[in-house]
Design a protein around this ligand. Sequence first.
Ligand code: ADP
Ligand code: MG
Length: 729
Amino acid sequence: MSTLRFKVVEEASNRKAVPVEVTPERPERYYAEKVFNRSKMFEYLPKKTYDALVKAIDNKEPITRDVADSVAEGMKRWAIENGARHYTHWFHPLTDGTAEKHDSFIDHDGKGGVVEEFTGKLLVQQEPDASSFPNGGIRNTFEARGYSAWDISSPAFILGETLCIPTIFISYTGESLDYKTPLLRALNAVDKAGTAVAQLFDPEVKHVNAYLGWEQEYFLVDEALYNARPDLVLTGRTLMGHESAKNQQLEDHYFGAIPSRVEAFMLDLELECHRMGIPAKTRHNEVAPNQFELAPIFEEANLANDHNLLLMSLIAEVARRHNFRVLLHEKPFAGVNGSGKHNNWSLGTDTGVLLFAPGKSFKENLQFITFVVNAMAAVHKHNALLKASIMSATNAHRLGANEAPPAIISIFTGSSLAKILDLLENADSDRLTDLATKERVSLGLAQIPEIQLDSTDRNRTSPFAFTGNRFEFRAVGSSANCASAMIALNAAVADQLNMFRKAVDERMAKGSDLETAILEEVRKLIIESKAIHFDGNGYSDEWKEEAARRGLDCETSAPKIFDAYLSKQSEEMFARTGVFSRVELEARNEVKWEMYTKKVQIEARVLGDLAINHIIPVATRYQSMLVDNVVKLKELFPGERGNEIVSHDLDTIERIARNSSAIKAEVQRMVRARKEANNISSEREKAIAYHDNVIPAMEAIRYHIDKLELLVDNEIWPLPKYRELLFIR
Ligand code: ADP
Ligand code: MG
């Protein structure tokens, strides 16, 4: 049921989508109408089944076959009533996005007709023929089977006319082939470890949940212009294009008025989100022209991530309805801001305490500082890994390139938190016991003034910022699956919390009281992880030098950044937390390197084709027009006077010739570099060769094409320019 539809109307040369049917329905009527959530479960399942399912979800336990059969029956009834004809196990392979294989509900009825069927077996587990998904060599060809299994913690939903069942995807031998499996493992690890530490403060705590609130940035481009740019169509970004005379220098786009055509799109998208149970809340313009953001209310991390993946498919579909194309690429346009996906992350107890939020009493604040400092220590220890977790061929254009955040992970705390960390660090050791009791005020923990969001949020140059009651991992790329960052972060923090609990227990076994033991350990961590704390300007060159001195990972080459997954430190951490085995880590890195190579390879091919078959012929055509003109002018004005008249044209001819021949030479260099790289058998070495040898040639080609764009007649330039792409009317 649609409450609002749009149609695109042409108004002079202005196209816009206008609402044609508006009903006065409010969100509470249609919110989550396409989701088999608890209220639908309650309505469609027998009481016994409902109770068993809810108990299993809450206690993170498996369900029995009987329960599964009964759930399947109710779920099918709901799905069919809501127009579904197919069902699919919806999973997150190691590519971008999601995968589905649709099966219809129909089966023979034995009388020549069909019935619609759906059993517990089909709901709970399937064996998709998954040999075409990246697996990094885990599945031998003789055992190409993969299993997908229902993740009962994430509710099923209807997309179009298909019932989608969120599932994990693993190999025959049990290795994960997706993002969801390790994410669930990491969330489980941080639950256990976090609970053990939270129980130091409140024995009633039974679970610690990780929360994720993502902020999705994206660009919109008019569909007709998009279709006229083969680079956008094939690679998601512009491989060439001179900066528009006006782009973001007036800073007039951020929070500016939203163009009406875009507003109609946003409203439509928001309604779709709400129907799918995605709590979309905030929408606004971003810094760059045509750049926007959508953010939901934060949710439990696994569900939030499913919702982000769902949003990424919804947004593409809704954009098309409005004759837009959405660009989720991290850097679709050179010279203007790229797109990220800030991951707002926090931990909270099942008793309702947000563990990164300061409280009102000494005890609450000691707990707050304990969790904050442990998170900082984990980020410090695993800064190289966290960088690897957000790195990709596409995000590489954003990080450490022309635009920050830099390719160095550091934490911004803001001055209020920095002051507390300082006090604790410098507290005299002999007096810590005293401080824990008598001198709480001087410790800064008796009362922590509400840490103002606005004072902590302003440093936009930091890749990882404390923002009052959460951390904001800002280096995540706009096209990424957030799970990658959430796996590394939650696993690292889980491991750190486990060590912390152990260390506190040991101090207490030696006779220390609880508060002193905690304070001693907290202080130790503050001192050990000091290097990660940086509140200055992350964009500056001095920071790069300083970070190197501090021993933070400063590698900028994406294929080498991936190495961090295979370091001894990462391997041991992932093994201790049960998130990844060595085999899985190796397989995943193979996939990362392969994906990196493929993306650059496709871009290089598209660029070569555009350069040789689109740009050079047009430049040559214009050049001969000028040559013609020069010859004729010289006939008309012989001698010195003629020379003077044609001198400007001659200069242009020469510049076109120089740029054109540079392009041809660079294309040759690029093709050679590609051929050499393709002959390398190691995926890592191949990716490095693409990074080191192919990309520089691509950059040189672009440089010369962008010069030609300024020289060649606008009338015959074959591609829409930035000024057309970037300003929606
Ligand atoms: P800004 O752009 O100023 O950072 P937004 O309002 O755009 O802020 O986004 C903030 C995001 O952080 C939202 O998705 C919000 O739900 C999320 N968020 C707020 N508090 C928490 C928290 N404790 N844990 C996780 N996410 C949170
Ligand atoms: Mg933010």
